[in-house]
Design a protein around this ligand. Structure first.
Ligand SMILES: [Zn+2]
Length: 282
């Protein structure tokens, strides 16, 4: 089901964002503590959320920067206590980094990502598509058993969620949360929500926070979904990573051979650079 839907998804990577990233400007702006979107929304994705590139890439998962980032009008805390403001940084700050993997769990690629993480005693957040969690409950439980954490990535991976009527929006968010919790078993916590394509409107963020999930952004877009080559994936990290940053990668949505290979090099590189892995702020 997810595949056919994703075939129709338009890519939304904004040309402005790409240019900013190429010069390393964006990563710096985002990485600043307290920058919290203001500096980013001005220079990156347009308010419309429709990027300038718009090229189709069947079967792949887009990873544009969050397209709706202003926190205006969003209460700081949702009904269940999660903050509705976009989460741009690690819990500890300082020289830490959080790794996040979207679009799984995938029976081929998620185990390989977990194997590499385990080899380096590294942990990550997995942003899962509900039906894929339902189809791969053992993988969800393996993620939890490894000490990694879970994030809701909707039921249908619609990258234009803001166009949905509110009840449908709520279903996309809470339906996937339930599927992930059921797959993980009793007590499973889903601490974050990541909107597909970064389509974080105030309403979407408020719904997620109201169900206990902090909206989770990113500061480093590896663009691994586009399979640009291992060297390019690593170059994106080197160019954009700042202390406290959140790295976006993918363990689903297509062939992730490059992601796995990049991760094998990324983890020792992070260690050499003195980065400690952390989770995003709660
Ligand atoms: Zn995704």
């Amino acid at each position: 089901m997810g595949i056919s839907i994703r075939l129709r998804i338009r890519r939304k990577l904004a040309a402005v964002a790409a240019a900013a990233v190429a010069t390393g400007l964006l990563g710096g702006a985002v990485g600043c503590a307290g920058g919290l979107g203001g500096a980013v929304s001005g220079g990156t994705a347009s308010g419309s959320g429709t990027g300038a590139l718009g090229a189709s890439a069947p079967g792949r998962s887009a990873s544009p920067r969050p397209t709706s980032q202003a926190n205006d009008g969003v209460p700081a805390v949702g009904r269940s206590g999660a903050a509705a403001a976009l989460d741009w940084r690690t819990a500890s700050g300082g020289r830490t980094v959080a790794l996040t993997f979207d679009d799984g769990p995938d029976p081929v690629w998620t185990p390989r990502v977990l194997d590499v993480l385990a080899r380096y005693h590294a942990h990550a957040v997995f942003c899962e598509i509900g039906p894929q969690a339902s189809a791969n409950p053992a993988l969800v439980r393996r993620i939890l058993a490894a000490g990694d954490r879970l994030c809701d990535h909707t039921v249908h991976h619609d990258e234009a969620m803001h166009r949905l009527p509110a009840p449908r929006m709520t279903y996309e968010i809470t339906g996937a949360q339930r599927m992930i919790q059921t797959a993980g078993g009793p007590g499973t916590r889903v601490g974050w929500f990541r909107a597909p394509g970064g389509d974080f409107t105030p309403t979407i963020r408020r719904i997620a926070a109201g169900h206990g999930m902090r909206p989770l952004a990113w500061t480093v877009d590896t663009r691994d979904w586009s399979r640009p080559g291992v060297a390019a994936i690593l170059a994106h990290v080197r160019a954009e990573l700042r202390p406290g940053g959140i790295v976006l990668m993918h363990d689903g949505g297509g062939n992730r051979e490059e992601t796995v290979a990049a991760l094998r090099q990324l983890l020792p590189w992070l260690q050499q650079q003195g980065f400690r892995l952390d989770f995003p702020a709660a």
